[in-house]
Design a protein around this ligand. Structure first.
Ligand SMILES: [Zn+2]
Length: 100
């Protein structure tokens, strides 16, 4: 599979692919297809990567592959979700002590 056009996640350093959703928003997905993913990804006629949510009325097309949004698997984001509230306060404390 071609790695051309891949970007790198700023949070975890893993490769990601930027796609544009039907709403015109940018969505980063994992470059490798994942059957457990919830996002259909394809390349349009202009060579742009597009993504959408498959639905009952519009199921996956033959030219689309399922991917997972990168944020769903990004290790950096998983850690953020699990951070206890107190850690933020500790960071503030450190910053105050070293910020002179
Ligand atoms: Zn990441």
């Amino acid at each position: 599979m071609s790695r051309a056009g891949l970007a790198t996640c700023r949070d975890c350093g893993k490769p990601i692919r930027w796609t544009r959703t039907e709403a015109g928003k940018r969505l980063a997905v994992n470059p490798e297809p994942d059957p457990a993913g919830n996002t259909a990804v394809w390349r349009d006629g202009a060579g742009a990567w597009r993504s959408r949510r498959p639905s009952a009325e519009l199921p996956l097309n033959g030219w689309e592959r399922l991917h997972k949004p990168h944020v769903a698997t990004c290790p950096a984001h998983q850690e953020q979700l699990e951070l206890p509230v107190g850690v933020v306060r500790l960071d503030d404390h450190r910053r105050r002590n070293s910020g002179r």
